[in-house]
Write a protein that binds this ligand. Sequence first.
Ligand code: NAP
Length: 321
Amino acid sequence: MLAVTCTSQSADDPLSGLTVGDRPDPAAPAGWARVTVKAASLNHHDLWSLRGVGLPADRLPMVLGCDAAGVDEEGHEVVVHGLVGDPDWTGDETLDPKRSILSERYQGTLAEQVVVPKRNLLPKPSGLSFEEASCLPTAWLTAYRMLFTQAAVQPGDRVLVQGAGGGVSTAAIALARAAGLVVWVTGRDEAKRSRALELGAHEVFEPGARLPARVDAVLETVGKATWSHSMKSLRPGGTLVVSGATTGADPSADLNRLFFLQLRVIGSTMGTREELACLLRLLEATGVRPQVDEVIPLSDARRGFERLAAGDVVGKLVLTP
Ligand SMILES: NC(=O)c1ccc[n+]([C@@H]2O[C@H](COP(=O)([O-])OP(=O)(O)OC[C@H]3O[C@@H](n4cnc5c(N)ncnc54)[C@H](OP(=O)(O)O)[C@@H]3O)[C@@H](O)[C@H]2O)c1
């Protein structure tokens, strides 16, 4: 089968380890299902793997990709939940110490086929295209959990989303708007800020700009470049939810502000199968859909990776076998 594989890793030149070519068809162990992939979206996670972050070198070659939509062996249209954990784990599977994301321990989704535990398959709503559905299990699920589980925002709350065009950011903007929040967004360039307004932001700002008022919650995936602004933007008792550190993971902790204003800082990673099911229902009920920047043939995956690495994207890049 055709697949996009990480064959070597380089922190400075991640795309040097990207191979698009033939791989053996995967075998499905007992209790696992084979999915014919119709669409799979790119995530920043794929770049981290190529840089050698989160993917040990002794697991290479590794098919990249954390999420997909496709058709299972019975012909059902499915969305693939990308968290694989211990089959005996009960409760919130994001807290399972043995859990991994597809492409970390098990081969990923940027391929013509992927095998996953049967419980990782959810029915794809008919109103969502395969391309749209393939955006949901990583970026959109992460944004969903950050907003509704971790920040636990209420309609009318004010939320700041750091970053305008990213996969998680665009999801957070659309979901927050659909949930009745006041949505403020920072973006690095004018074009992306205008797109954020189209996606549902009420107001947009340059990174680091002084806001007209403090916010109830901040959704942070940028890391060092925006952390200090995130801390300063919160009202007393406000909540900062962080799920990524694209620009660096060692910002100043700002402890004085943290305790004096009784801020809450909460880490968040992916989401549960149940949260993914809720997200699917939310999209069906509201008509909100992922922003797909471009659909690219799997054979041309390198171009997609180049765009992702350049930060030249608003929403999601989707690969189709
Ligand atoms: N923990 C988890 O489960 C989880 C899940 C998904 C993602 N993540 C992590 O979250 C991060 C974002 O993922 P993604 O897939 O959304 O990535 P992405 O699509 O590449 O988006 C990157 C975002 O970062 C912003 N950004 C980059 N450099 C910046 C800078 N110097 N200053 C200000 N903003 C900057 C961009 O803002 P502009 O739009 O303004 O350019 C964009 O919104 C990644 O680090 C990823 O690994 C974690």
